[in-house]
Design a protein around this ligand. Sequence first.
Ligand SMILES: Cc1cc2nc3c(=O)[nH]c(=O)nc-3n(C[C@H](O)[C@H](O)[C@H](O)COP(=O)(O)OP(=O)(O)OC[C@H]3O[C@@H](n4cnc5c(N)ncnc54)[C@H](O)[C@@H]3O)c2cc1C
Length: 550
Amino acid sequence: MKQFDFLVLGSGIAGLSFALKVAPFGRVAIITKKDRAESNTNYAQGGIAAVTSKEDSFEQHVRDTLEAGAGLCKEAVVRTIIEEGPARITELIELGMHFSEREQSNPGGGRELDLGKEGGHSRRRILHAKDITGREIERALLAAIAEQSQIEIFENHFAIDLITSQKLGLAGPNRCFGVYVLDKAAREVETFAAPVTILATGGCGKVYLYTTNPDIATGDGVAMAYRAGAAVANMEFIQFHPTCLYHPRAKSFLISEAVRGEGGVLKTIEGREFMDHYHPLKSLAPRDIVARAIDTEMKKSGSDHVLLDITHKPAAFIIDRFPNIYQTCLSFGIDMTKEPVPVVPAAHYQCGGVVTNLDGESGIGGLYAAGEVACTGLHGANRLASNSLLEALVCAHRAAVRVTANKEPAVVSGRDTPGAALPSPIPQIPPWHSGKANNPDEMVVVAHNWDEIRRLMWDYVGIVRTNKRLQRAQKRLANLQDEIREYYWDFIVTSDLLELRNIATVSELIVASALRRPESRGLNYNLDYPNPDPNLAQRDTVLRRAGRAN
Ligand SMILES: Cc1cc2nc3c(=O)[nH]c(=O)nc-3n(C[C@H](O)[C@H](O)[C@H](O)COP(=O)(O)OP(=O)(O)OC[C@H]3O[C@@H](n4cnc5c(N)ncnc54)[C@H](O)[C@@H]3O)c2cc1C
């Protein structure tokens, strides 16, 4: 058994910033299932929303967030996260993060942060590093982590299940003691124990056939927490990004909302603008409205994509502002300075997740969650663009402050092996028991079930839902779950099998949550109930596993 003071599951913005802040207080293990930089964070293009300009105000950012959240945000949470944002941005800059700057408009005014504008924001407030903001965040955080000897990163280590008192059959309130982890290279399951475990495992885009998310986004944290008995909320609110590059060879490449923020216009394949029929903000309307409008136009015309046109802007501006998008499109033979880019909507962001307060506390002792895996109440029924990196930064910080309150930094206390002094007793934890079967012929079942779940979620539980489609999805998922359970306990665990088990669980949670919300609100659009029900405003959909956790 490996013992640490802090276990961090995931190496995106939430996990890395938490690890950096707790490192002075003890030994930290970062467990991450692929390379350390591979995360949703690494692909974020648009930037981080924060109030840093005199023309902006906390009040306006709060108002925009509440407006997007369609009556389901928790206002106190929104206010705290937005008001604490600027301090966290300053820390990121001090750490070495380079945000894009521009010359001030008044002569001799020097340089200032170049603030971008995105859908739903009434002001320019998006801090960005060109169109590779996430890559720059990961670079800066990983460089700072490399300086910290108390932090050990375990790459290619897959967190399987949380170890809780309930799972061990202990009496008293449920408490987390650590996690079982598959070392993918050694093909062995190890036990990691610590008094504090934080889920920073990101979202679940891979549940859907089309997604902007990289392969890591299989909802593992939500599935693990649910199995452990934590409350999971608002999983019906999956944000579909309106503009993913449509090309047979392009996998999950996002065309940032900032392209529309800088003047890009949506058109049908015949070149007709259509967003004026759907919203006064036209192409810059909130994402759910844009995604549904595109879905409707595609269904009307029978086409499998629409167009995003920014050719009216100077080529030099486009190439400078969107170097990554420009080059990637060019590599597929599309010159966005001269021709419109073909785009389709794709699953992008999980607004719900493990229920936490602002300090990341999950309701299970010793278990915290921050970032996309968590549901704090910031996003409500729809996330305002670029509020997610902000939430991850602020809440990871608050969780770090919470778990280190009343602790002395290890350096000050003179402990040379800080991990040796665990503040709470860790009980006897049995080793992981795995099935022994290893039949390569049967791997086809795993691959088939993966595809089946992702397609049925796309077809039945996508941008526009109906009760009938949801019920059909529920039945299919129940059958698939039976098959997966049978397979799971017999066979040696692999990351494909573990992810299949998790996408099945998360899909069930999304469907069950959508069926429990008889209204259309924010991202949950159901043709059987096309309007919001005022009685359901401020009412979260909370699911908790019945019976004993495993
Ligand atoms: C293409 C794209 C563009 C985006 N653009 C923006 C933007 O401009 N602004 C914005 O605010 N948001 C944006 N988002 C959303 C934002 O990037 C994410 O919400 C945010 O980065 C999530 O950070 P995180 O730390 O919670 O999770 P992630 O960054 O996704 O990190 C999750 C980590 O957990 C690890 N992990 C997962 N499961 C396991 C497991 N079982 N065991 C071990 N490790 C595991 C992963 O390998 C990864 O290291 C974008 C997302 C995408 C996909």
